[in-house]
Write a protein that binds this ligand. Structure first.
Ligand code: NAD
Length: 472
């Protein structure tokens, strides 16, 4: 597979732009036949998708390993099994989600009944990111199909094995007239964004999120933007140190080696337990990944040299390098950076201003939860915030006063796997949400339908308006 080469549906395109435009036109034409509307079609596609995942598990694991050095168990836990359960849930709940929702009538429209009817938004574009290249492509696809939409999926060009696999598999298991994959880079995404869509679902960084939103505004296309940012942890003096730190370590290095949108980005720790926290975290890192983590089979690699160098520039910042208290080892050829702890980084350093998206974890001392709240709220709203405490008052203050896409108390990242919770950001970390029924909603329009009969017509609503009618 040639990276950045223009490909459509797994085949190289002879005339890139024309082929993409033709593909989009074909998908819209097929959508207009209303083939995606019946529940049977949706269930059939979802079952096809589920079968694709089940029958291709080993190929998916291999592709994720090729793209990110992702350990097999991590691929199962954080990509394959999540897609399978999303798919099963959609198959099971679809009829319920699709059912019109009756609402009470009003005196003014008596006699009548009223319903909210979910209808597919239409022809949709899903643009996904490289860090969970399977999950972030297929999970929105499940929402789009459940809602009865047509989909053009544009996976990230930063990785190549998983997008190529998706482009190969999807046509084999699903209705190719309305579900298509376009591989390609920024040029192809730009061309796709210039087309008219009925919904754009984008996962990636906030800078490109702005480009997507600007493009969408030309056609008044609704968007879901699943973006990122710096996800803070507040570690209170009352928290269970060992359990809390194990969960932080798993959320950080056990998820793509920190290259996850909801990875803990930095820890704000009550100063009274800061040195104990650092000592314990070092021990946990050693227990999880050994004395020499480069030989651990449980750590993903950095996705490419560009991102590796970006992360190294954090560590080589003169403000930061003297503050590394653990890790810092690296190997450019192997795209490896050790789990690294940095203590007392200055708040205006590059490390504390940019989303880290890698295995470096800064630890900052604070004087209790109020200072933590002030620090978090002074920055762009994060996608996730984590609080570790056994003190109910602290927990309540954090939940009430910190604005973030999601929040977890005494754990990290686990809100992502609860389909009853909407997953999405707020402010700089995004808009809209998905997962479970929220995915169906993200691709549906809620049509307000009022059913009237021809009985009981009131003359008072029609001209000519007399005083008698006005006083009615
Ligand atoms: P990326 O580089 O793979 O880009 C994502 C998509 O944007 C790609 O499909 C790419 O083709 C397109 N793109 C890139 N530049 C573009 C341009 N100039 N014009 C038009 N399209 C363009 O991914 P990334 O942005 O590096 O992903 C990492 C970011 O995504 C982080 O900020 C992370 O926090 C965030 N993220 C968020 C979620 C979430 O669910 N909220 C999940 C994963 C990643």
């Amino acid at each position: 597979v040639v990276k950045d080469d223009m490909k459509v549906g797994g085949r190289s395109a002879d005339h890139g732009d024309e082929r993409v435009l033709q593909l989009v036109a074909e998908v819209r034409e097929a959508y207009m036949t209303m083939r995606t509307k019946p529940a049977e079609w949706r269930v059939q596609q979802l079952k096809g998708l589920l079968r694709m995942v089940i029958e291709s598990e080993s190929e998916i694991v291999e592709a994720l390993y090729a793209d990110l050095g992702k350990p097999a168990h991590e691929s199962y836990m954080s990509e394959i099994s999540l897609v399978k359960s999303s798919c099963k849930l959609a198959i099971k709940e679809l009829k319920k989600w699709m059912a019109p929702q009756r609402v009470s009538g009003s005196m003014i429209t008596f006699p009548s009944s009223a319903s909210i009817v979910a209808e597919p938004l239409g022809v949709t574009l899903v643009i996904s990111a490289w860090n969970f290249p399977f999950l972030l492509s297929v999970d929105p696809l499940i929402g789009a199909i459940s809602a009865g939409c047509a989909v053009v999926l544009k996976p990230s060009e930063v990785v190549y094995a998983t997008p190529a696999l998706l482009a190969k598999l999807i046509p084999l298991y699903m209705d190719n007239s309305v579900i298509r994959v376009v591989e390609g880079g920024v040029a192809e995404t730009t061309l796709l964004l210039e087309q008219k869509w009925d919904k754009i679902f984008y996962t990636g960084n906030p800078k490109v999120g702005r480009i997507v939103m600007a493009a969408a505004s030309k056609h008044l296309t609704p968007v879901t933007l699943e973006l990122g940012g710096k996800c803070p942890v507040y570690f209170d003096r009352s928290a269970n140190l060992k359990v809390g730190l194990r969960r932080i370590a798993q959320g950080k290095w056990g998820n793509n080696n920190g290259q996850a949108c909801i990875s803990p980005d930095y820890i704000l720790v009550d100063e009274s337990i800061a040195s104990e926290l650092v000592d314990n975290l070092k021990e946990i890192i050693e227990t999880f990944y050994g004395k020499n983590p480069i030989s651990s089979t449980n750590l993903s690699r950095i996705v490419n040299t560009k991102h590796y160098l970006r992360l190294i520039s954090f560590l080589e910042d003169p403000q930061i390098c003297s503050k590394i208290v653990h890790g810092g080892e690296r190997d450019e050829k192997k795209l490896y950076i050790a789990p690294t702890l940095v203590c007392d980084a200055l708040m205006d350093s590059f490390l504390m201003s940019e989303e880290i998206f890698g295995p470096i974890l800064p630890i900052i001392k604070v004087q209790g939860e109020q200072e933590a709240i002030d620090i978090i709220n002074a920055r762009p709203k994060p996608l996730a915030a984590y609080v570790f405490t056994t003190n109910k008052a602290v927990e309540e203050r954090m939940v009430k006063n910190v604005s973030s896409g999601g929040m977890v108390v005494n754990d990290t990242v686990m809100h992502f796997v609860n389909p009853g919770l909407p997953f999405g950001g707020v402010g700089e970390s995004g808009m809209g949400s998905y997962h479970g029924k929220f995915s169906f909603d993200a691709f549906s329009h809620k049509k307000a339908v009022l059913y009237r009969t021809s009985l009981g017509d009131f003359p008072a609503r029609y001209p000519p308006f007399t005083t008698k009618k006005q006083n009615f």
